[in-house]
Design a protein around this ligand. Sequence first.
Ligand code: PBG
Length: 425
Amino acid sequence: MKTVPMAPALFGMLILVTVCEAFVAPRPPLAGLAPSSFTSGVGITPTCAPAGVVTSMVAAPNSISAGTTETRTEAAAYNPLDGPNAPLRSNNNGEVWRPQKVRPRRNRKSEAMRSMVRENIVRPANFIYPLFIHDKDFEVEIQSMPGCLRHSLPHMLEEVEEAWKFGVRTFVLFPQVPDHLKTNYGEECYNPEGIVPRAVSMIKEKFPDSIVCTDVALDPYSDQGHDGVVKDGQILNDETIMQLTKQVVCQARAGADVVAPSDMMDGRIGAIRDALDAEGFTNVSIMAYTAKYASAFYGPFRDALDSHPGFGDKKTYQQDPANGREALLEAALDAEEGADMLMVKPGMPYLDVIRRLKESSNLPIAAYHVSGEYAMMKAAVERGWLDEREAVLEAMTCFKRAGADVILTYYAKDAARWLCEDGFP
Ligand code: PBG
């Protein structure tokens, strides 16, 4: 029963195919040489169809035992230079020629040519280098982020100096705070003697032309392991914002150039702008984590700071990875509330979101190549599966191509060094 209605459809398709073929078949050969001259052209057959290739091209599965010579007699080798539908022709020099005026490869023919038409170039000045810090007099290697350390403050300064050598001038600080200083309201976040204000003033003192960014969120200071004040298992929005305004004023007083609110609470950008302005910090910039997703790619970062959520997850404040349009809503709000720069995080799995923000806003766009992305690359590099330098510089360029003006990456120092070596052509 079911096959009956199919029959007319199949029959119709058959007619359609036949008609199409009939329409195409009488098409005259491409202007110039007659079809017969394709095969008679001197030198053509040996150049484009060496015997070995022809043999392997026509070898049918059932001819394996028959041998090569027999195969040839069974089915004539296809000659792409022969017949009215031949895809290839012969030029005036008897060389094989695909009549093709537009050849994009001409713009790729040499490094000088490629460099001349290159659309996107990453520079060390585009990088923001995230630094993990702690109040100890030693460094700790972060297991899941090979090559990254939790720095003592003196060692942090050495790292800043190193990065400066390669043109990286912007840094963002992430502190590890001892458990005994953590509370639900995260009061330590606005302690003027806390690790972040001290680190900021140390960098600004020694390298005054640096741009020092601070992370604005409660999670390093929260005994709940969340980015907000917790009550009855809920993350309170406005109470959290109250703490953030105290935190940014403290950071600005220490000399922060840019504050970067990363917790995705509603209305935080406007409140932070008002707090800064009221205290006379109209020059302190806000880099908003505009589209920060509830992502599995933050795992290694949370290892680095021992900041895994105390309960549940962060899905009531960070965005659903399934949503792209929602980022536009966040972007519009952040811009309206006074953000100077919009960030998308994570980076590589969210290049489409970077592109959408770039197209919908005139503010600079930042992309955060997060800890999990870094860890994946390192893991593959350690196994010899990726060329680190090539893969990292490609990834950075792809951020730019997608629309990022600024890139936060743990690779900042290394990538800048490689770019300096290459002269970022
Ligand atoms: C927390 C914060 C996180 C990151 C930056 N700031 C982790 C989180 O939201 O739990 C992640 C950065 C990374 O993974 O590299 N305010």
